[in-house]
Design a protein around this ligand. Structure first.
Ligand code: CP3
Length: 332
């Protein structure tokens, strides 16, 4: 059975436009909050039965075309020996570039629970639903490691990239190899698609983005035998450089019209790009915006419908259901 999500990522026409939502598993869902009252975040990620259940909750509720594995971009770093907590975002000790380069390789055994989740989800997901494996892009992981957690502007990262570009390149190389191993493992376990999240790369200027973030992301994705999505929100100023990552699709945030973002990137496929805030509005309002977005890519195969970034936790589930329905009833 062909998967609409996979077909669209290859730029082939599909009978319906595939749709899924970033952060579709999580706090906007009452069934997620109910389960998480009993199980901590890291315990959920490392228990395949629980992680598979959390992955499938939104798929069952909304009939999404993609099931994105429940884990975190930091999960493989924990497996590489970096202690951390989640509060709700990752918190860890700030690491030097030399310490990051010394992390070495990812032992696939230590991320075996994620592979277990992928194979469970592949077995249990509806046959037309693609299983989406993912990893954090090297630059975004470097940002968390240098800073020791989240930050508004990741000033430490931006300073480190200038202080010692050679050491930054080495640290990125180590992270790229580890994420390649991690993604390969997910593909072997049954992932139909992979996505690389480069959440913080948009903070960089074009020179550093092109010289450091792009080659590291390309190395993480090189040679994987499934369609690949590269997503760097807030990085519209680098869309023309993103094609060199080599992914079949780029993710577009909401800041540019989807067709403009697609043209700038020049890739086979594009994913996005409704503003997540739209789903906080009333249904009449967002139906118009969904229609306008679909109109911009009508008749052009290769559009995977999604939000321009993760869903907001205050989103009413009925609005997500109405969004999926509006996409299904819209032009193919
Ligand atoms: O449904 C899904 O998207 C699958 C699972 C998923 C999670 N994190 C679960 C999670 C995915 C794909 C991620 C990726 C991730 N994690 C990114 C890249 C995506 C993006 O939004 O740009 C980033 C930057 C992180 C780091 C991270 N982890 C943050 C900033 C936070 C806290 C803020 C938040 O969004 O809740 C986390 C914790 C986290 N990861 C939660 C979930 C469901 C919240 C944990 C909880 O419910 O308490």
């Amino acid at each position: 059975m062909t998967l609409p999500l996979v077909e669209a990522l290859h730029g082939r026409p599909t009978s319906r436009r595939p749709v899924w939502v970033m952060r579709q598993a999580g706090r906007h869902l009452p069934e997620y909050r109910e389960l998480r009252e009993r199980v901590g975040f890291q315990e959920a990620v490392s228990t395949p039965e629980v992680a598979a259940e959390l992955t499938l909750q939104p798929v069952r509720r909304y009939g999404m075309d993609g099931a994105v594995i429940f884990a975190d971009i930091m999960t493989p770093l924990e497996a590489m020996g970096v202690p951390m907590t989640f509060d709700p975002g990752p918190r860890l000790r700030p690491h030097s570039l030399a310490e990051i380069a010394a992390l070495g390789e990812l032992d696939p055994e230590r991320v075996a629970p994620v592979a277990g989740t992928v194979s469970r989800v592949r077995a249990e997901a509806p046959s037309g639903t693609a299983v989406i494996g993912f990893a954090g892009a090297p630059m975004t992981l470097l940002a968390y490691l240098c800073e020791g957690g989240g930050s508004r502007d990741f000033m430490t990262l931006r300073a480190e990239l200038r202080r010692d570009p050679g050491a930054a390149g080495e640290a990125l190389g180590v992270l790229a190899r580890a994420m390649h191993t991690y993604l390969e493992l997910q593909v072997e376990a049954g992932a139909d698609v992979v996505q690389l999240f480069d959440t913080w790369a948009g903070l960089l200027d074009r020179d550093r983005y092109g010289a450091l973030a792009v080659p590291a992301a390309a190395d993480a994705l090189a040679g994987l035998p499934v369609p690949r999505i590269y997503f760097a929100p807030g990085a519209g100023h680098t869309l023309d450089l993103q094609k060199a990552v080599g992914a079949e699709a780029v993710g577009a945030d909401w800041r540019l019209p989807i067709d403009a973002a697609w043209d700038r990137a020049g890739t086979k496929a594009v994913q996005g790009n409704l503003d997540p805030a739209v789903l906080l509005a009333d249904e009449g309002t967002f139906r118009d915006e969904v229609g306008a977005m679909l109109g911009r890519t009508a008749g052009r195969p290769g559009h995977v419908v999604n939000l321009g970034h993760g869903i907001d936790r205050a989103t009413p589930p009925r609005n997500v259901a109405a969004f999926v329905e509006a996409v299904r009833n819209g032009p193919a």
